[in-house]
Design a protein around this ligand. Structure first.
Ligand SMILES: Nc1ncnc2c1ncn2[C@@H]1O[C@H](COP(=O)(O)OP(=O)(O)OP(=O)(O)O)[C@@H](O)[C@H]1O
Ligand SMILES: [Mg+2]
Length: 457
């Protein structure tokens, strides 16, 4: 290290990309994150005396991280396992880290279980929402340098990173994640802050709409029944099925029923008394699966009559209830493109996705607009709803001024689309020319947290 600039790249840098759905974690230079840790964490009272005190370093995935009197249940296996009294909550809020205690537990877990290396060995690049606050940026830098003793640190806007992942440093990034859909203009690697447009019409909003619809449909069929409530077949029955290579290789004890009929299944006995927050969480996961499997965005603005003849899609729930879905699967995602379909209050004030893009571009300098229209970059998990890009392409082709070229850019692969920001971070942190950009430990110690605003745009 010379002159306070971080010069060592002998050990791999790490990239952390926190979001409401999950935090993506891995090594810079790799194609994909090593792991995706859900941002929902379970907390219960530590009944087990042994595990009181500091974090248990030998924890296995699925075990609790015990700290003080609380046990933290982190990662898919631990948080999805039904436990009496476990409350779950999300440490993110409005795209930013909000519950720092829980967030630090997740970081501890990430170092021990995913990275499997000491934090003071690796420079760390974090992504952040374009609207992250100064106080939160500084707090993160402090935690990383003071608690985790990282040798170097950098913060980068997730929209900029998503643009990099798609080979662009200028473009209009449409990010449809869990809690919001945003349109963010990026110019030469910098976010144009005054022109950010966002709405809460993201994946979570889709989940709420789907749940309302399914609650109504399943009202007299026992409601949405999460997998943990359905009993498993006995081991002997399963063995028999495997030996006879039967087609009926369901692990759950349910019978086949006709389309739309009441399900016939065995409820699991001795269920632990789970909390409402956990029950809601596992139900939401089921709804998210329905969302990803059944929803489709119509090619043209929604018209019930013309869609009535499109083939229906069937979907089966873990308890065997199954139905065919036709017009509804188009109507629900249409709200993202035409919020006037939303009943009630907020509808008037919200913009559809294409409108968000044109509004954001319209707030940028006239000279910049052609460059933005010619690189509209789509990223985020919710953009994977089938037909999303085709519809956005159509709507924007109609709205783009005649003298400008319009091009929509989106990674084809599911992973590339969902992990856009992480992949951009992975590329950035492994560039030779980036190495002088890090805030080094020495710089932080000398000049303090104000370095974050000075060095990270
Ligand atoms: N294949 C899919 N089809 C449809 N929706 C999907 C698919 N995969 C993920 N989703 C939805 O995408 C959302 C998560 O997207 P993403 O991982 O981009 O969010 P995030 O970055 O963690 O959250 P945020 O950007 O709100 O902070 C969830 O609502 C999830 O249900
Ligand atoms: Mg996101």
């Amino acid at each position: 290290m010379s002159g306070g600039v971080y010069g060592g790249d002998e050990v791999g840098a790490l990239v952390f990309d926190p979001g409401h759905f999950s935090m993506r974690v891995g090594y810079a230079g790799e194609d994909c994150p090593k792991s995706e840790i859900p941002s929902v964490v379970g907390v219960s009272n530590a009944a087990d005396k042994k595990s009181d005190g500091a974090m248990d370093v030998d924890l296995k995935p699925g075990e609790a991280v015990a700290a003080g009197k609380k046990k933290y249940h982190i990662d898919t296996v631990a948080v999805n396992f039904a436990k009496a009294g476990m409350e779950v909550s999300n440490y993110m809020r409005d795209g930013m880290i909000d519950n720092w205690d829980v967030f630090e537990k997740v970081l501890d877990y990430a170092y021990v279980k995913v990275i499997k290396s000491e934090s003071d060995n690796h420079p760390v690049l974090f992504s952040e929402a374009a609207w992250n606050t100064k106080a939160k940026r500084e707090k993160l830098a402090e935690i990383m340098f003071e608690k985790y003793k990282v040798p170097a640190f950098f913060l980068s806007k997730n929209a900029v990173l998503a643009a990099f992942a798609n080979g662009r440093s200028t473009g209009l990034v449409v990010d449809s994640g869990a809690t919001h859909t945003s349109a963010i203009p990026v110019h030469d690697g910098y976010v144009l802050q005054q022109a950010i447009v966002k709405t809460p019409l993201g994946g979570d909003f889709m989940s709420v709409q789907c749940k309302q619809f399914l609650d109504e449909q399943l009202k007299n069929k026992g409601g949405i029944v999460p997998t943990y409530q359905v009993a498993c077949k006995s081991p002997s029955v399963l063995l028999h099925l495997i030996r006879t290579t039967s087609n009926d290789l369901h692990f759950t004890a349910k019978e086949e029923v006709g389309c739309g009929e009441s399900p016939k299944f065995t409820r699991r006995s001795n269920l632990p008394s789970v909390t409402k927050s956990w029950q809601d969480y596992v139900t939401k996961q089921l709804v998210q699966d329905f969302q990803a499997s059944a929803l489709q965005v119509s090619d043209v603005p929604f018209d019930e009559e013309s869609l009535a003849n499109t083939p229906k899609v069937s979907y089966e729930f873990p308890n065997g209830y199954n139905n065919e879905y036709g017009v509804e699967r188009f109507r629900i995602p249409e709200m993202m493109f035409d919020p006037s379909l939303l009943k009630g209050q907020q509808a008037q004030s919200m913009l559809g996705v294409a409108h968000e893009v044109t509004t954001a571009v319209g707030m940028c300098d006239v000279d910049l607009r052609p460059a933005l229209y010619s690189s509209v970059i789509v990223t985020g998990g919710n953009s994977l709803i089938s037909g999303f890009n085709e519809r956005l392409n159509r709507d924007l082709s109609l709205k783009t001024p005649a003298n400008m070229r319009f091009k929509l850019i989106a990674a084809n692969g599911t992973q590339e689309r969902r992990f856009g920001s992480w992949i951009g971070g992975s590329i950035l942190a492994s560039l030779g020319s980036f190495q002088q950009m890090w805030i080094s430990k020495a710089e932080f110690e000398e000049s303090g947290k104000a370095q974050v605003d000075r060095k990270c745009p």
